[in-house]
Design a protein around this ligand. Structure first.
Ligand code: ASP
Length: 442
């Protein structure tokens, strides 16, 4: 029998009803042997995520300020979760230990990880499952999202035997045994690592939406669901803003060819989205359209730029020196532009421009802000004639001016920059061109 690794997100575990649902889903199929949990999330929009409360407690404690309010909220959440579920586990000593850690502990990651730890202890008790602490099993270096290679055999050994087994998401430990967390949302990475370690048939990622949509439903309310997407397509979409799964979570399973199935805890019978090594694209070469506002272009012009050597390298070197990460760098005969997210420029943009001016002495240097980037993604695009034509025609028909175009050599996405004010109009136009009534023109 192929076994399944299932990761449940914070909203699925926000209260006792959520945990009961999770238990039902796990009990439905004995193959669901490995369960990875997040910390309890928000019960309603104005609520707080447990991880945020823990981080707030730690930060106040470090400043010598009163942390009892956020920590009290964490205590209440776990006390009532345990009481409502009627688990045998006594959470009081665990919560006292947490309070002592908040008081004394310098390791922020340790405090941040306690939401997952406590949640996993309670869920394991409720399911009558074994608890395996990620601290013992998952090796991770600070600031990284990848696990150390020795993680896999160790985790496999610890997870062997009868199930179900519950593993807390979001953290592991470094070579000294100190807790290290993944980036925020990183329980998705743990789920992927567990799936790979046990050679799961599928990695089920249970969340609060029934999978991915072809585009942002805030712009296109009727956006169709994506039933199948490849790992690479998903990476392109999530890099550009489609946030259902953590961007780094595909890597561990992708290397082992294990599919991911994104599903909704609230609609467990919905088809969800399958993330696969490859897909039949048929008449739908474009799988999705993702985008974000908040980007800028640094435009540099210098006569005879192409005659010299190393101009582009120096532009990028100066970016690196200032710790600014860039997205695209399209070039012309005497021009080069670098596209960056605005948040990358915050506090560093002026110094960067001053250095470009001083070191490279350009004829023209301009920062063009208020842009949006849009990625039209699909593995079938490379082999289908006319995709770019249809994309640009749709934007022209909608009266949207294109400020930059970049089609990477992978040919699985075409990126365009437009004025931020045109973002919604552009998304709508591209969506209608590829998923709307005229889609049969493919
Ligand atoms: N609890 C962590 C967070 O809120 C990790 C996760 O939920 O995946 O970011």
């Amino acid at each position: 029998m192929g076994l399944k690794a299932c990761k449940f997100g914070g909203t699925s575990l926000a209260d006792a009803n959520g945990v009961r649902r999770v238990a039902e889903i796990v009990a439905r199929e004995p193959a669901r042997r490995y369960v990875v949990v997040s910390a309890p999330g928000k019960r309603e929009p104005s609520d707080h995520k447990v991880t945020d409360l823990l981080l707030a407690s730690h930060s106040l404690a470090r400043q010598g300020l009163d942390f009892t309010q956020p920590l009290g909220m964490v205590r209440d959440r776990f006390r009532s979760l345990a009481a409502d579920l009627g688990v045998r586990l006594d959470v009081r000593p665990l919560l006292d230990e947490l309070e002592a850690q908040v008081r004394t502990e310098g390791n922020r990651d340790l405090i941040a990880s306690r939401g997952e730890y406590l949640c996993a202890r309670i869920v394991a008790d409720f399911l009558g499952a074994r608890f395996v602490d990620a601290r013992r099993a998952i090796g991770v270096a600070r600031g990284r999202s990848q696990v150390t290679p020795d993680t896999y055999p160790r985790l496999r050994m610890l997870l062997e035997g009868e199930g179900p087994v519950v593993v807390p998401g979001f953290y592991g430990s470094d070579t000294h045994g100190d807790i290290v967390t993944f980036p925020r949302g990183g329980s998705d990475i743990t789920g992927s690592v567990v799936a790979r370690a046990v050679g799961a048939e599928v990695y089920e990622n249970w969340t609060d939406v029934p999978g991915l949509l072809m585009t942002d439903p805030a712009v296109v309310p009727e956006a169709q669901p994506i039933l199948e997407v490849t790992y690479r397509e998903l990476r392109e979409l999530s890099y550009m803003g489609a946030k259902v799964l953590h961007e780094e979570a595909t890597f561990p399973v992708r290397e082992a060819g294990i599919p991911i199935h994104i599903r909704s805890t609230w609609e467990p019978d919905a088809p969800g989205t399958r993330v696969l090594p490859s897909r039949e694209h048929g008449t739908a070469p474009v799988v999705g359209i993702a985008g974000r506002t908040g980007c800028s272009t640094i435009h540099i012009e210098k006569a005879m730029m192409n005659e010299g050597r190393g101009f582009g390298r120096r532009v990028l070197d100066i970016l690196e020196f200032h710790g600014i990460s860039w997205l695209h760098a399209p070039t012309g005969i005497d021009t080069m532009s670098v596209v960056v997210w605005d948040e990358e420029l915050e506090g560093k943009g002026d110094a960067y421009l001053a250095d470009i001016e001083r070191i490279l002495e350009p004829d023209r240097l301009e920062l063009i802000g208020d842009l949006a980037l849009l990625a039209t993604v699909g593995q079938g695009m490379a082999n289908t004639v006319g995709i770019a034509g249809r994309l640009f025609t749709s934007l022209a028909d909608a009266g949207v001016n294109i400020r930059m175009i970049d089609q990477g050599s992978s040919e699985i996405s075409i990126i365009v920059a437009v004025a931020a004010a045109d973002y919604s109009k552009a998304v709508r136009a591209i969506y209608d061109a590829f998923a709307g009534p005229c889609r049969s023109r493919a």
